[in-house]
Design a binder for this molecule. Structure first.
Ligand SMILES: Nc1ncnc2c1ncn2[C@@H]1O[C@H](COP(=O)(O)OP(=O)(O)OP(=O)(O)O)[C@@H](O)[C@H]1O
Ligand SMILES: [Mg+2]
Length: 341
């Protein structure tokens, strides 16, 4: 859970250019929330994400990550907890490095490791190949090409992978970290995570037994089914992984052609679901804001003007959203891309 409390940011204070970009903003993100953020140009959307990631310091307020204040941590120290993807495909990757080097670098994030003396073991190569294959863009054959040679869409897909690829902790580590990150409710947290672990383990072990016994299945089918059952166990436990990154997407498909943008959004949704990542996605595309996520936020003048979730969000139409948009931002200029959706 992330609690953003009383965040304020004024740029160029005390000058003629003084501008309050974030105005006493409060926002609580629940575990697994996928929030789409809309709002006119200059509403403060990017500033909010930058403050969360630590690239812009807030003037006041708190950012609590599972109860721990991260507002005082540097961007670098916060890096393992946040995956920040920007509009510009040039921003997220190192152009002169190969695809596999970029991925390996992202994966080792937050770990002490010399950049100069690292080689990528073969088993890791297979892992990266599989990850790239899952994007469905044929990038698994381009492991040793420099990222600078790839198209914007391909680079954005790789950036997305990099933002979410940090080493998966073991179930043991997940259980330990979950208790550590809930200092105010240690014993309940321990009881909760242990219960879920044992329940899910039992479900997995029982279904594995049943699959193995099922004589109508071939060996390959059995292995597939066991893998799926383990996947469910794994994703249940990942829900308790407090160290997995929170995904911050700042118009990450805005520079892509419509077809590629749709593909990258599809990849985004799949990664978010598979890893049950808490996600904030800024977009100017109203259709995407409605289609993706479980919650929608509209920002205006550094504040949250609208916050809709659940069934209400599912039923939302473009025209309703445009009405809210115009009443929330009377003084703001509605951008063309927002209208065209
Ligand atoms: N580093 C900065 N220095 C001065 N002013 C800034 C800085 N960054 C942002 N601002 C100002 O803060 C306000 C909010 O900017 P922000 O980039 O957060 O808007 P946004 O909602 O992301 O807009 P857009 O949809 O155009 O990306 C704007 O008026 C902007 O000019
Ligand atoms: Mg912006």
């Amino acid at each position: 859970m992330i609690e953003i409390k009383n965040i304020t940011k004024t740029f160029n204070p005390g000058t003629v250019n003084e501008h309050k970009a974030i105005d006493n903003l409060n926002l609580t993100l629940h575990e697994g929330d996928f929030i789409t953020v809309i709002g006119s140009n200059g509403a403060g959307k990017s500033t909010l994400l930058n403050i969360i990631a630590g690239s812009v310091p807030a003037d006041s307020g708190f950012i609590l990550l599972n109860g721990t204040d991260v507002a005082s941590l540097s961007e670098h120290k916060r890096a393992p907890y946040f995956g920040h993807v920007f509009q510009d495909p040039m921003k997220g990757t190192a152009t002169d490095m190969t695809v596999i080097e970029n991925l390996a670098l992202a994966r080792s994030r937050g770990k002490k490791r010399s950049l100069f003396r690292w080689s990528i073991p073969n088993k890791d190569k297979t892992f990266y190949e599989e990850q790239l294959k899952s994007l469905g863009l044929g990038l698994e054959t381009r492991l040793y090409q420099k990222v600078g040679l790839l198209s914007g869409g391909q680079r954005q897909a790789i950036t997305l992978l990099m933002a979410t690829i940090s080493q998966k902790p073991s179930f043991n580590q997940i259980r330990k970290d979950y208790v550590k990150f809930n200092p105010t409710r240690r014993s309940e947290a321990k009881e909760e995570v242990e219960r879920v672990y044992h329940e899910q383990k039992e479900i997995f072990v029982n279904s594995r037994k049943a699959i193995r016994k099922d004589s109508s299945l071939s060996l390959v089918e059995k292995n597939e089914k066991i893998k799926d059952a383990y996947g469910i166990f794994d994703s249940k436990m990942r829900e308790y992984d407090v160290t997995k990154p929170v995904l911050l997407l700042d118009e990450h498909t805005a520079a892509l052609d419509p077809k590629t943008a749709a593909k990258v959004l599809e990849i985004t949704e799949r990664i978010v679901k598979e890893q049950s990542l808490t996600t904030i996605m800024i977009t100017h595309n109203m259709n995407d804001a409605i289609k993706y996520g479980n919650r929608l936020i509209m920002m205006s003048n550094g504040k949250i003007a609208v916050d809709i979730s659940g069934e209400e969000k599912k039923k939302l139409t473009i025209s309703q959203l445009l009405d809210m948009f115009s009443s929330a931002s009377d003084n703001d200029v509605l951008s063309d891309s927002a209208i065209l959706g």
